[in-house]
Design a protein around this ligand. Sequence first.
Ligand code: HEM
Length: 393
Amino acid sequence: MRTGVPSYRENLYTPANSTDPYPHYRRMRELGPVVWLPKHRVYAITRYAECKAVLLDARTFISGDGVGLNPVVNRLGRDTTLSSDGEDHARRRKLVAPRMTPRALATMQQQIEQMAASVVDAAVARVDVDGVTDLARALPLGVVPDLVGWPTDQREHLLRWAGATFDSLGPMNATALRTMSSSIGMMRFARKIARTGNVLPGSLGEDALRAAADGVISDKEGVALMIDYLAPSLDTTISGIASALHLLATHPDQWDALRADPSLIPNAANEALRLEAPIRAFTRRAVSDVEVGGTTIPRRARVLVLYASANRDELVWENPDQFDIHRDASAQLAFGRGSHSCAGQGLARLETETLLATLVEKVTRIEPAGRPEWARNNLIRCHRTLPLRLHAA
Ligand code: HEM
């Protein structure tokens, strides 16, 4: 106990606990809405109502001191949209907003539909596929690097670099240390892009570099934004799509229901994100003593907002561990909430829903075809392999 707050002594970031975190989250929710984690020296926010309240109170729970779980990444993350507050945050967010309006997304829809059709046709022809490499990665990798304007060389490193960036946001454990050189590699390359101006024309990256040249943002911010746009947009969406495929393959009744009524697709995507939140948690720093769920969190303390636990809070969701595409899952917290809620969620939804709509049209049954494996990552919950068999319509 730490001054009346229940403690939970487990290390949530061991390989075994990262692979199966949900029993730990359940025990923590049973202990209370706020639980001290001595291993990580943070107050974990375990339940839905309190997670949402913390995310909505960005004045008390700031992001400007970093949203990771170790001081190194929290220092390196300065200048990003994710790790900023107030005016700085609003200025950076304004740069990405025009690219994510419904009208801007509508201009990408046709290209994404065509991409989905050729990806699904190729997968159906192969019959036995890997849900991650053959399906889930195709649209995010086909769309995001061009949108961000990342030069066409060095793209083969993007997934490794982006995964490493998420590893670095956890505790400074062996996983983070092992992937450190990759996250630094991404930063170095982003700096080089900013220096040489080597971005694709008409891209988000070009917007950021122009804003830096015009003095709207600093040069350092320009570099940070290149990473800011890319790092959170690949593994997250890939995770969401792969989880949806896995859940639909292992719940044939739900797949049949989706085929019978494709208008359920947006909700099915939300339900998959509820059950398997791609990002487990981010942190905030409390700037004053503050009460959360009856517990006083002291000034300067770090809190861990567990989106993945909130999404299975039995006070909010009936049978929370059950996959049910008919329940209204729109309130799930996988995209966060409040001023920092995911800036790219419209694109993530478009990619996921388009792929599911194409599958529903072209595939009668998705069957598990082997044991799936989870990737090792401190923050992202994503399959490494997902063997599936597709039955053509
Ligand atoms: C299923 C896919 C995705 C998930 C689950 C996800 C999740 C999240 C979450 C939880 C946050 C909030 C961070 C916080 O509370 O501090 C966030 C922020 C952000 N996301 Fe996403 N994301 C996804 C896809 C994307 C995509 C496709 C893009 C870009 C095209 C993107 C760009 C961003 C950016 C720029 C932020 C920072 C927003 C801010 O701090 O104001 N994300 N995302």
